[in-house]
Design a protein around this ligand. Structure first.
Ligand code: UN1
Length: 494
C-alpha cells in the first residue's frame, strides 16, 4: 500500500510544495511508519498568509452567529468521527485510547462552546458622562492568526486556538507539530466538509525551524498563539514582540500535588497515578512533584508503589494499557538522562529504565518511575522532564508545602489533597499557579474556564474559556454623540 502523504491546505486547496522533502510519521508504540508529511518552507507560509489576509476581509464581515454555524457543524462532525479520530490520535501520539477519546471530546466541547460565543462576544455598554451620548465597547478581530500547536494534545489544543480565532473573525495559518500531522489533516478535512470558506484556515505542515519560524516572522501575521517548550516560546516571544505582534504563549509546568495528613490517601494515590503517569507524563499539566506531609509519607509510598507496579504499560491502542509510549526516541533519551540526575538526588522507589524487552522492543516505552526523599531544589524537582517520573518531597507542615509548591519557575497547575476546609481555602488563595485543584490531581481542565499559568509557564494570556477571546480580539471603544452639539468630555460637564 502506498504511504499516506499529509499535505498542506492553502486557499481551499490541498497541495504539496514543489520538490520539497518529506518526513516519515511514526507510531511511537511500534515504530511503524504511518505515512509521510511534506516539509514546507517560507514560500508555502507566504502563500498561506496571503490567502488568510485576503479571506479575512470577507470573513470578518460574516455575522458572528453565522460564523458559529461553521463551528457547530464542525463540532457535530468531530462527534460523528470521534472513534476514528481517537484511533488515529493514539497511533500518532501513543496515548491510551481512552485518553485519546477524551482529547477528541475536548475539541468537540470547545467547538460547541465557542459556537455559542458567536451570539455573545460580550462588550460593555456603559453610561456616558455627557447627556445625549452613548458609550460602548466591542470586540473586533485582530487579523491573521498564526497558530503553532504541540503533539501532546494535537486536536484539543488546536481547537482551543482555532475556534476562538474563527468565531472572533480572524483567519488562520496553522502549523501543527511534525509528529502528529495526520490529526491536523483530519481536522482540516472536517472543517472543509463543513463549509470552511477558502483561505479562512490554511494548514502548513513541516518543521518548526522552517514553517514555525516563517509564520512568526511574516509581516502579515498579526497574532502568534503558541503552545510548546519554553525554549521555543522564548524565541517566538522575542521575535514576534519585536514586530509588535500579539503573542500568546503556553509553555512548561512543574506541577505538584500536596498530600496533607488529613487527606484520603487512597484518593490521593488515584490522583497521583492519573496525573503523574497519564499520557506518560507528557502533559503540561502532568504532576511531577508530590509534596507529602511526613506523618503519612510511608503509608502513601507503600500504596503508591503497589499501585504503580500494577500499571499496564503498552500500546495505547490496547484498551488494557494504562501507560503508553513516549513520543519518540529523543524523548526517551531525555527522560533516561534524568535517571542519572535523579539517582544522586533521591532514592529510586521504582522504575528508572527504558523498556526494551519483548513487546516493548520497537516502541518508546519508559517505566513509571518514582524517586523519594528529593529536596525541593533538586534538578528533578525543578526541571520539566515530560515523562512518567515523580519526585516525592517530604515536608513538615502545611506552610512548608505551600512554600515548596511555589518555589518553582513554572506556575501552571497545582493540587492539594486535604479534608481540612481552612487548608482548602488557604491553598486556593496562596498556591501561585493558574489552575488549582482540590482533592483531584493536576490534570483534567475543562474547556470553559481559562487554561494557562503564571511565571515562566506563559506570558499572561489564557487559552480556553472566554479568556481566549482576549488573544484573538482587539477592543474598540465607541462613542455616539446624538446631542447635536460639540460636547467636550471632562470639560463641559465639570
Ligand atoms: C496540556 O497538558 O498541554 O487539563 C493540555 C488537562 C487537559 C489538557 C492538557 N484537559 O490535562
Amino acid at each position: 500500500m502506498e504511504a499516506r502523504i499529509y499535505r498542506n491546505f492553502i486557499n481551499g486547496e490541498w497541495k504539496e510544495p514543489a520538490g520539497a522533502d518529506q518526513a516519515d510519521v511514526f507510531n511511537p508504540a511500534n515504530g511503524k511508519v504511518l505515512g509521510k508529511v511534506v516539509l514546507s518552507g517560507a514560500a508555502e507560509v507566504d502563500e498561506a498568509v496571503l490567502a488568510a489576509k485576503k479571506a479575512q476581509k470577507s470573513w470578518k464581515n460574516v455575522p458572528a452567529p453565522e460564523r458559529g454555524e461553521l463551528l457547530v457543524k464542525t463540532a457535530q462532525e468531530l462527534k460523528e468521527k470521534k472513534e476514528e479520530l481517537a484511533q488515529l490520535l493514539t497511533s500518532e501520539n501513543g496515548k491510551p485510547i481512552q485518553e485519546a477519546r477524551g482529547e477528541v471530546q475536548e475539541a468537540i466541547d470547545m467547538g460547541f462552546y465557542m459556537a455559542g460565543e458567536g451570539r455573545r462576544l460580550f462588550g460593555q455598554t456603559v453610561p456616558a458622562e455627557l447627556p445625549g451620548k452613548h458609550a460602548m465597547s466591542l470586540r473586533t478581530p485582530v487579523g491573521v492568526a498564526g497558530l503553532i500547536t504541540p503533539w501532546n494534545f494535537p486536536i484539543a489544543i488546536a481547537s482551543w486556538k482555532m475556534f476562538p480565532a474563527l468565531i472572533s473573525g480572524n483567519t488562520v495559518v496553522w502549523k501543527p507539530a511534525l509528529e502528529t500531522p495526520g490529526m491536523a489533516d483530519a481536522f482540516l478535512h472536517i472543517l472543509e466538509d463543513c463549509g470552511l470558506p477558502a483561505g479562512v484556515v490554511n494548514l502548513v505542515q513541516g518543521r518548526g525551524d522552517a514553517v514555525g519560524d516563517a509564520v512568526v516572522s511574516h509581516d502579515d501575521t498579526d497574532i502568534i498563539s503558541f503552545t510548546g517548550s519554553t525554549g521555543t516560546g522564548r524565541k517566538i516571544a522575542s521575535k514576534a514582540s519585536g514586530m509588535l505582534k500579539k503573542v500568546s504563549l503556553e509553555m512548561g509546568g512543574k506541577n505538584a500535588i500536596i498530600v496533607m495528613d488529613s487527606a484520603d490517601i487512597d484518593l490521593a494515590v488515584d490522583g497521583i497515578l492519573w496525573s503523574g503517569f497519564g499520557t506518560s507524563g507528557q502533559r503540561c499539566t502532568a504532576a511531577s512533584r508530590i509534596i507529602v506531609h511526613h506523618s503519612i509519607k510511608e503509608t502513601l509510598e507503600e500504596k503508591l508503589l503497589a499501585r504503580t507496579k500494577n500499571l499496564t504499560v503498552g500500546d495505547g491502542a490496547d484498551e488494557a494499557s494504562d501507560v503508553g509510549p513516549l513520543i519518540h526516541e529523543q524523548a526517551l533519551e531525555r527522560v533516561n538522562e534524568y535517571m542519572k540526575v535523579g539517582s544522586s538526588e533521591g532514592k529510586l522507589l521504582c522504575g528508572g529504565s527504558v523498556m526494551r524487552q519483548g513487546k516493548y522492543s520497537k516502541g518508546n516505552y519508559f517505566e513509571p518511575t518514582i524517586f523519594t526523599d528529593v529536596a525541593p531544589d533538586a534538578r528533578i524537582a525543578q526541571e520539566e522532564i515530560f515523562g512518567p517520573v515523580l519526585s516525592i518531597i517530604p515536608v513538615d507542615s502545611f506552610e512548608e508545602a505551600l512554600r515548596v509548591n511555589n518555589e518553582a519557575d513554572y506556575g501552571l497547575s497545582s493540587s492539594i489533597f486535604t479534608s481540612d476546609v481552612n487548608e482548602v481555602f488557604r491553598a486556593v488563595n496562596e498556591l501561585d499557579t493558574g489552575i488549582v485543584y482540590v482533592n483531584a490531581g493536576t490534570t483534567g481542565a475543562e474547556i470553559h474556564l481559562p487554561f494557562g499559568g503564571t511565571k515562566k509557564t506563559g506570558n499572561g494570556y489564557r487559552d480556553s474559556g472566554t479568556a481566549s477571546l482576549d488573544i484573538f480580539t482587539e477592543w474598540k471603544s465607541v462613542y455616539v454623540d446624538y446631542s447635536g452639539k460639540l460636547q467636550r468630555a471632562q470639560i463641559d460637564n465639570y
